[in-house]
Ligand binder design. Structure first.
Ligand code: PGA
Length: 254
């Protein structure tokens, strides 16, 4: 296939969620930076709570770890109390922003359309959105996995058009997030293949869109998941808070 000639490096992105403190972040990042080779075989990033972006920028600037946020406003600027705009994230050097994480969809009512608008704002500011899709356990049991993830991705493709080639997608089955129940490599690959086909149809001839797997990925299961042909990296929650575990996942992606 044409775009297979453009296979990119894997991306291992930590999602710290609402964890951390000035002290803990510094210890974690210093340990990660000390443990990484100067030129890691995979791209590495951490997505951190917004108040810590300046700290993380100062610690990571010029090194092998990129940084980003966990959410961005769908609005450009103005009277949206509490929101953080894509331009503000850009000011702090963010390369990535997670959008549409299942916790945002579930607890903050984010619809497919809102998620698509956020992805659009990020791209317009020069930030790569990591767009999360994934089915709940009930949806999987009802045989709706493919339908759900395709609908979630379709909204983003519809909003972005051919620019969807610039995003990163993360497949995160909701039942595997923070539960210790990882999708098997075969289960994950099957969904990644569906997403790959959908992306290929939307961005034919462009470079390969990276599709990450997320959901209880750890040092023990990363290698088998990352060996699947359509798994281009990982979005790591709990295991990204432990330097040693995170470093071993990065090593498994090399
Ligand atoms: P987990 O979280 O690795 O703790 O399951 C992944 C995520 O929610 O991004």
């Amino acid at each position: 296939m044409l775009e297979d000639a453009f296979v990119t490096r894997k991306l291992i992105a930590g999602n710290w969620k609402m964890n951390g403190s000035l002290e803990a972040n510094e210890a974690l990042l210093r340990a990660v930076l000390a443990g990484l080779p100067a030129e890691p075989a995979a791209d590495v990033a951490v997505c951190v709570p917004a108040p810590y972006l300046a700290q993380v920028q100062a610690l990571c600037q010029g090194g092998p770890v990129a940084w980003g946020a966990q959410d961005v406003s769908a609005h450009e600027r103005g009277a949206f109390t509490g929101e953080v705009s894509a331009a503000m994230l850009r000011d702090f050097g963010c390369r990535y922003v997670i959008v549409g994480h299942s916790e945002r969809r579930q607890y903050h009512g984010e619809t497919d359309e809102v998620v698509a608008a956020k992805a659009q704002r990020a791209l317009a500011a020069g930030i790569t959105p990591i767009v999360c899709v994934g089915e709940t356990e009930a949806q999987r049991d009802a045989g709706e996995t493919e339908l759900v993830v395709k609908r979630q991705l379709a909204a983003v493709i519809h909003a972005l058009g051919h620019c969807v080639g610039e995003i990163v997608v993360a497949y995160e089955p909701v039942w595997a997030i923070g539960t210790g129940r990882t999708a098997t490599p075969e289960q994950a690959q099957a969904v990644h293949a569906v997403l790959r086909a959908q992306l290929r149809a939307a961005v034919a001839g462009q470079r390969r869109v990276r599709i990450l797997y997320g959901g209880s990925m750890n040092a023990g299961n990363a290698a088998a998941l990352l060996a699947q042909p359509d798994i281009d990296g990982g979005l790591i929650g709990g295991a990204s808070l432990k330097a040693d575990e995170f470093l071993r996942i990065v090593a498994a992606a090399g």
